[in-house]
Ligand binder design. Structure first.
Ligand code: ATP
Ligand code: MG
Length: 225
């Protein structure tokens, strides 16, 4: 299962993504945590240091690695996986996955998009391209039943527009009890409906940190089962 966290800035995406990783680990899952936000709160929450291994924003490296053309999109990647039998694996990690992830803990792999890269700073790529390789990586990832991916995304609707969410089984929209958070959640829902992505809205900052994280992780797990 692939779960992505979305929501307004500060609503609690990284907090709940972290709690979900811990919940899944406790359930015996091998988890790939993907930190798609350049602020890297998810990585720090999981206890990681700044790592020198970043996924980066260059979409061509991965496409060339799997033999796709530079212009290939999500659907071509999916088709490629089926036709050519190309696939990424978590256990043990294939060569590409090993290059772009850290075995952070037992049964916890961490993939970090990283802070803005030179290609973004130089103006060649927009910062929205951060984590762009995920668009190719996720459709080619072959998960076993006891494996899960948790993605902590950037705030707002942008992650939906990048197309990365096309591969998730469930987008979790985190809402805190403010008018703006609810408004942004509505915008995200609208975008997800257009993209045809399944979603679940969860309320955060309602009952206190511990109660919220417990309730939400259970809710998510029950939903994706
Ligand atoms: N249920 C909760 N109860 C109390 N505080 C919370 C709760 N969830 C999150 N917080 C706090 O709210 C702040 C924002 O949380 P978090 O970083 O998870 O949000 P975010 O949506 O990932 O933010 P960003 O958009 O900056 O990535 C943090 O200080 C966090 O500790
Ligand atoms: Mg965050």
């Amino acid at each position: 299962m692939i779960i992505g966290f979305l929501g307004k800035g500060g609503s609690g995406k990284s907090t709940l993504a972290t709690a979900t990783v811990r919940y899944l680990q406790n359930k015996g899952y091998r988890v790939l945590a993907i930190d798609a936000d350049h602020n890297m709160d998810f990585s720090f929450n999981l206890g990681a240091d700044i790592t020198s291994k970043f996924l980066g924003s260059d979409p061509y490296l991965i496409k060339r690695y799997v033999g796709l053309s530079d212009s290939a999109g999500f659907l071509e990647a999916k088709e490629h996986a089926l036709k050519k039998g190309v696939g990424f694996k978590l256990n043990p990690p294939d060569e590409f996955t090993s290059q772009v992830t850290t075995e952070h803990e037992k049964n916890l792999l961490l993939m970090v998009a990283g802070p803005h890269t030179e290609i973004v700073r130089s103006g060649e790529h927009c910062s929205h391209s951060l984590a762009a390789p995920l668009k190719t990586y996720l459709p080619l990832l072959q998960l076993e039943e006891n494996e899960a991916v948790v993605i902590d995304e950037r705030a707002g609707t942008d992650p939906v527009a990048t197309g990365i969410l096309n591969s998730v089984d469930l987008a979790v929209i985190v809402v805190e009890p403010t008018i703006n958070s609810k408004r942004v959640a509505e915008q995200i829902k609208h975008e997800l409906k257009i993209a045809g992505v399944r979603f679940l809205t969860v309320n955060n900052k309602k009952d206190g940190m511990e109660a919220d994280t417990k309730r939400v992780t259970k809710e998510i797990f029950a939903y994706v089962q």
